[in-house]
Design a protein around this ligand. Structure first.
Ligand code: 13P
Ligand code: SF4
Length: 309
């Protein structure tokens, strides 16, 4: 008797039929990562989407990442497992506020973190991710004033790293990283005195000051994998545990709970499931659809970012 295909087999079959690629952020559940053609941080996934040749991109991450893939592939279909997979940083930065800032400050260079809506990207001069934010800010002539948005912690980190004085920073925050309390990191260090600390730059400054390494999602994974140490406290979303353990067998990784959920999970990222991934490949819905003029305007700062080494 032939058994019914599993959900994973169904997804792989649909992927072939649709000439689709599955892109997954490191914060996705392991069963989604296992089916992905590419796993990465937001910069790596944007670069993969830039080179894509097939018909359909199934983006397992949050909506702003899928919108970025769509801007890079306006002729292709981009689907997401769950349309409600948003981001608190996107919500913290409404486009009307950026337009008002622009009217008041026409000389400022607007540097937008990729965690923004496509409308905000369209109003921006250049984008950045946590991986290239320092290089992007350094690429701007030192006499030009900057507005960096929307993440206050990443902005402060970049300001420290670049020594840039003429840089204003928006007041947005990530509900996951900004709510890691320094006192819990202190307690984790007391419990695991041999462990090194790796932190995402969206964490608060008092957490970052205790870190041995600060970097984007993939940079944290690369660093922990290459270090001779065998224990790490990882101050980011706990989905990265899967890649960390796969790439560095035998090492131990400890995660610190944040104040919001007493966990270290992004509730938006975790809306995606295998079942929803199968349905979006089958029905090609929910689909990312964006106005052509907004995509064209958002492409300019996105390409400027992708050109920064
Ligand atoms: P990365 O650029 O490190 O993937 O970060 C994206 C993000 O949403 C972090 O919370
Ligand atoms: Fe947004 Fe934070 Fe979730 Fe990343 S972890 S998608 S920044 S809410």
């Amino acid at each position: 008797m032939v058994s019914a295909p599993t959900l994973a087999e169904e997804i792989l079959e649909l992927k072939t039929q649709r000439r689709a690629i599955i892109l997954a952020h490191h914060y996705q559940e392991p069963e989604i990562q296992d089916l992905a053609d590419s796993i990465g941080d937001s910069l790596e996934l944007a670069r993969t989407a830039q080179k894509f040749q097939g018909d359909v991109i199934a983006f397992c991450g949050v909506r702003f990442m899928a919108e970025t893939a769509k801007v890079l592939n306006p002729e292709r279909v981009v689907v997401v497992p769950d349309r409600n997979a948003g981001c608190s940083l996107v919500d913290s930065c409404p486009v009307e506020a950026i337009r008002a800032f622009r009217r008041r400050n026409p000389d400022h260079v607007i540097v937008s973190y990729i965690n923004t809506s496509v409308e905000v990207k369209a109003e921006s001069d250049i984008l950045c991710t946590s991986r290239n934010a320092v290089a992007v800010v350094n690429s701007i002539p030192s006499d030009r004033p900057i507005l960096f948005l929307p993440d206050i912690n990443l902005g402060n980190y970049v300001k420290n790293q670049t020594g840039r004085k003429n840089m204003e920073i928006w007041q947005g925050a990530c509900i996951v990283h900004a709510t890691f309390p320094a006192r819990r990191l202190t307690a984790a260090r007391a419990e695991h005195p041999q462990a090194l600390v790796a932190a995402h730059p969206e964490c608060p400054g008092d957490v970052l000051r205790m870190a041995d390494f600060i970097g984007s999602t993939s940079a944290i994974i690369d660093w922990c994998t290459k270090q001779p140490a065998s224990e790490f406290i990882v101050m980011t979303e706990s989905g990265v545990r899967y890649s960390l353990e796969r790439l560095s067998s035998g090492k131990k990784f400890y995660f610190v709970a944040n104040e919001n959920c007493n966990c270290s999970e992004c509730p938006y990222m975790k809306l995606n499931t295998l079942e929803k991934l199968a349905r979006c490949l089958e029905t090609l819905e929910p689909r990312i659809e964006l106005p052509a003029d907004i995509m064209q305007r958002a492409l300019v700062p996105l390409q400027r970012m992708l050109a920064v080494k």
